[in-house]
Design a protein around this ligand. Structure first.
Ligand code: GDP
Length: 482
């Protein structure tokens, strides 16, 4: 039987003939295997194994070219040889490597077979690994094992997922920083300071008849205030972090024929929307993510904002208005080869009120007829030629300026998803409550509860104190083989 299971996120059905969990337990333990490279033909395709039987299973399916067996070679070397099926038939000429836990990605024994990137080779190879006792890995199961074995904390594991999904330079830099532990270190510093505060309270609780002396009280208040500020700063990184991971919703608006579709196409690098000379042909909204100024922009092309009697066009206009409503960035495209109209000025005014706005003065290759400046003062503007892409650097620069980096936060130190922001928000609330309680002279045991809650919320960020179903959901986001 042939199996191809990649990036589908689905578990194989037993009917497909996959060995089920536990089938070969004991002999090879719970060893997982998967294709780790994307579906379809490519230069290289990688089969990956992790678990107590990983090295033995790889060795059983692999015949090195020289006299030495795979396991006679040192770990983490690439060995050239043949990948074999269970009858000893050669499937492919491959490179194989193995590592011994705990010094591996998952913390377990692991092995990789680097094959030619042929879907058929990978299917046959996977089948051979299954025949030796491995089972199909679920989505994210390699990274989940890395987390369970303490090789990565949860924030780092989320960095892995963000890196795979990154759609901009800034997003990729942020994700790899998070993977390297930048966010975890930030959280650990706050955590450790709060543990110190808790130790003080415990000391006080041991002598319940004595009041906290004023000096200690003041010190504790200062410590709590410092952690409150750090948590507030951490929480404020979420806006940029979310933009980098999810993209900035960007509406392109302007009169029909201003060049909105042309701009979208130039940004997207190919013909995604229909461009014609007939006004109002961009009837449907299409969405495209492009990178501009290091930021992922989720561009929503619109039908233009003119009144129209055509019902389909009106739908488009309605959608344009809605797009502007929900936009976090608005690009107003003006055809500067045409005299400006009042509706252009009205559009700029409406846009500026809703979201950061950039006026794109298009058709720079034609003589300028615009003849007004006043509405242009309301927003940043940039000359471009959507047809050739000239001036896009200037537009990128303006986008980068609109969403600047916070100099206080390095790459990897941003909160990037709602789970993280929600946990950090709860930690902040608890620390704030503890500070207020201290000011009011509340008993130390009440304060302790608040600080403990803050620690528990911070623990959720790194996975120290998080429910299994939550981690399961996080790893479901990953593809099979990661
Ligand atoms: P939309 O209705 O705003 O989406 O405008 P389109 O992108 O469909 O463009 C309308 C017309 O203007 C098309 O014929 C484009 O080829 C043309 N156009 C777009 N950008 C430029 C430009 O920079 N220079 C010139 N000369 N023509 C352009």
């Amino acid at each position: 039987q042939i199996f191809i299971l990649q990036e589908t996120g689905q578990s194989p059905s037993p009917a497909a003939g996959f060995p089920q969990e536990g089938t070969h337990m004991g002999r090879q333990g719970d060893t997982i295997a998967a294709v780790a490279t994307p579906a379809g033909p490519g230069a290289i395709g990688i089969l990956r194994l992790s678990g107590p039987g990983a090295a033995d299973i790889a060795a059983a399916c692999f015949r090195p070219l020289g006299r030495k067996g795979l396991l006679d070679h040192p770990t983490r070397t690439l060995v050239y040889g043949s990948l074999l099926d269970c009858e000893g038939q050669v499937i492919d000429q491959v490179l194989c490597t193995y590592s011994r836990g705990p010094a591996s990605y998952t913390g377990e024994d692991t092995a990789e077979l680097h094959c030619h990137g042929s879907p058929m080779v990978l299917s046959l190879g996977l089948e051979a690994l299954f025949a030796q006792g491995a089972r199909q890995a679920g989505p994210g199961e390699f990274t989940q094992r890395a987390f369970l074995n303490g090789r990565l904390d949860l924030a780092q594991a989320e960095g892995v997922a963000d890196l795979l999904d990154a759609r901009s330079r800034e997003g990729a830099r942020q994700a790899v920083g998070q993977l390297s532990g930048a966010l975890s270190r930030k959280i650990a510093a706050i955590y450790s300071a709060l543990v110190d505060v808790m130790a003080h309270f415990h000391a006080v609780l041991d002598y319940p008849d004595e009041d906290i002396d004023p000096f200690t009280q003041e010190q504790l208040a200062r410590d709590l205030e410092a952690q409150r500020q750090d948590l507030e700063a951490l929480l404020s990184t979420y806006q940029r972090g979310r933009r980098l991971s999810r993209g900035v919703k960007c509406a392109i608006v302007g009169r029909p024929n201003a060049g909105k579709s042309s701009l979208l196409n130039t940004l997207a690098g190919y013909d995604r929307a229909i461009v014609t000379d007939i006004p109002g042909t961009t009837r449907d909204t299409v969405e495209e993510t492009v990178e501009l100024g290091g930021i992922p922009l989720r561009l929503i092309d619109t039908a233009g904002l003119r009144d129209s009697s055509d019902p389909i066009e009106q739908l488009g206009v309605e959608r344009s208005r809605r797009a502007m409503e929900e936009a976090e960035l608005i690009l107003v495209v003006l055809d500067q080869s045409q005299p400006a109209r009042e509706e252009d000025a009205a559009l700029i005014r409406a846009a500026v009120e809703r979201a950061p706005t950039i006026v794109v003065l298009n058709k720079q290759d034609l003589p300028c007829q615009l003849e007004w400046t006043e509405p242009l003062d309301l927003a940043a503007s940039v000359p471009i030629c959507a047809k050739t892409g000239a001036g896009l650097d200037g537009l990128a620069e303006l986008v980068a300026q609109t969403f600047p980096r916070d100099p206080g936060s390095g790459y990897g130190e941003l909160l990037t998803n709602q789970r993280q922001a929600e946990a950090a928000g709860r930690a902040l609330e608890s620390v704030r409550r503890a500070g207020e309680a201290l000011d009011l002279g509340v008993t130390p045991d009440a304060l302790l509860t608040d600080v403990e809650e803050a620690l528990s919320a911070l623990g959720e960020l790194t996975g120290q104190s998080v429910r299994d179903d939550v981690t399961d959901r996080i790893f479901q986001r990953f593809c099979v083989g990661k």
